[in-house]
Design a protein around this ligand. Structure first.
Ligand code: PMP
Length: 361
């Protein structure tokens, strides 16, 4: 069995070089006679791994010193709730810009902890684009503005960072972090579940402007308080050491690839090829998203006749193309083309799509 081209939305493909290195090091990490999974997180060896991973992430994203970087757990979903717990006090409101499934979830999970104001939404347009900036009803007294730069299911992406004035901007970057350089200083808080562009599931990377750690939030257990995690170097309790290790290997791999500017170019080329294939198919394949809001990471598409879906999935898998089934919320197909998916994989998919259309005319 060889590895197939993997278009999974998440947990998603990891760089093969990272997996091979982890395999080589699995039993005996750094000559210490044990696996990295079998060592104390408070030991010298693991501490140096943790520091290196943070330093590499800071270098890749050019994270300013007045931001803390946390390696947490709970998935992005837990942080949908934990963010308002930390950033909003009793009676505060927060603005949510909702452009798809995950933004909706973020808003609904926040609702027990903050008064949620849906300040902009493209729900009425079935999340096929972004709500025009003029239509947003931002409240300058909001505790923060939350948005989802890339909606993994609907395949909708912001291609610039919204201007929201002085209110801290909070971004769920689960499915676009590290896909291109970003200006971290424009954000109050960035968070991302690891299982797309960072490493395995079970790890969350959270980048927070340090002054926001001083917000009192509400009474809560220490384990929920970001300031406690920051004060304890993300080792308030036992962290996901394996996930942290693999994230560190991915950061090193990204640096070897030429950093995020190089990833941006690669990701652009992959997305262009796939959208060109869809748009050039004379309606055989369709992507429902307005061109200006199309995602570079997740490309949903339908076939002109959904009766062909089962054949498409069966034949694509036989051709070595894995996990193209779309999310049930939108149906059809979806190709997720994160950092670890090479251009070669997208070329193979584009070739298969052309061939399938010919054969099933
Ligand atoms: N936000 C986005 C943008 C996602 O794509 C996902 C998962 N696919 C989540 C949040 C939820 O992540 P988790 O399952 O790690 O809680």
């Amino acid at each position: 069995m060889s590895r197939l081209w993997n278009f999974s939305a998440g947990p998603a493909a990891l760089p093969q070089a990272v997996l091979e290195r982890a395999q080589r090091e699995l039993l005996d990490w750094q000559g210490c006679g044990a696996s990295v999974m079998e060592l104390s997180h408070r030991g010298k060896l693991f501490m140096s791994l943790a520091q290196q991973a943070e330093a590499d992430l800071r270098e890749l994203l050019a994270i300013p010193d007045d931001y803390a970087v946390l390696f947490l757990q709970g998935g992005a979903t837990q942080h949908f709730a934990q963010i308002p717990m930390n950033l909003a006090g009793e009676g505060d409101s927060a603005d949510y810009i909702v452009t798809g499934h995950w933004g909706e979830k973020a808003a609904s999970e926040a609702a027990p902890y903050v008064q949620v104001n849906i300040a902009g939404s493209s729900k009425a347009q079935h999340y096929r684009g972004l709500p025009p900036r003029e239509s947003w009803q931002l409240d300058p007294r909001a505790a923060y503005v939350h948005y989802t730069p890339n909606e993994t299911i609907h395949g909708v992406e912001f291609h610039d960072i919204p201007q929201v004035g002085e209110v801290p901007l909070v971004a769920d970057m689960s499915s676009d972090i590290l896909s291109a350089p970003i200006d971290v200083s424009r954000f109050g808080l960035i968070y991302a579940g690891a299982q797309k562009n960072i490493g395995p599931s079970g790890l969350v990377v959270l980048i927070i402007r340090r002054d926001l750690l001083q917000r009192a939030g509400r009474p809560m257990a220490r384990i929920f308080r970001y300031a406690e995690h920051a004060a304890n170097d993300s080792m308030l309790n036992t962290p996901n050491t394996w996930g942290w290790y693999l994230a560190g290997l991915t950061f090193q791999w990204l640096k070897e690839q030429g950093g995020l500017a190089a990833m941006r170019e690669r990701n652009r080329a992959k997305a262009e090829l796939l959208y060109r294939t869809i748009d050039g198919s004379d309606g055989y394949y369709r992507n429902p998203v307005e061109p200006a809001a199309r995602s570079r990471m997740n490309v949903p598409f339908t076939l002109h006749d959904s009766a062909l879906d089962a054949d498409f999935l069966k034949e694509s898998e036989a051709a070595g193309l894995l996990a193209l089934k779309g999310h049930k919320a939108v149906g059809g197909m979806r190709a997720s083309i994160y950092n670890a998916v090479p251009l070669e994989a997208v070329q193979a998919l584009a070739g298969f799509m052309g061939d399938f259309a010919k054969r099933h005319g």
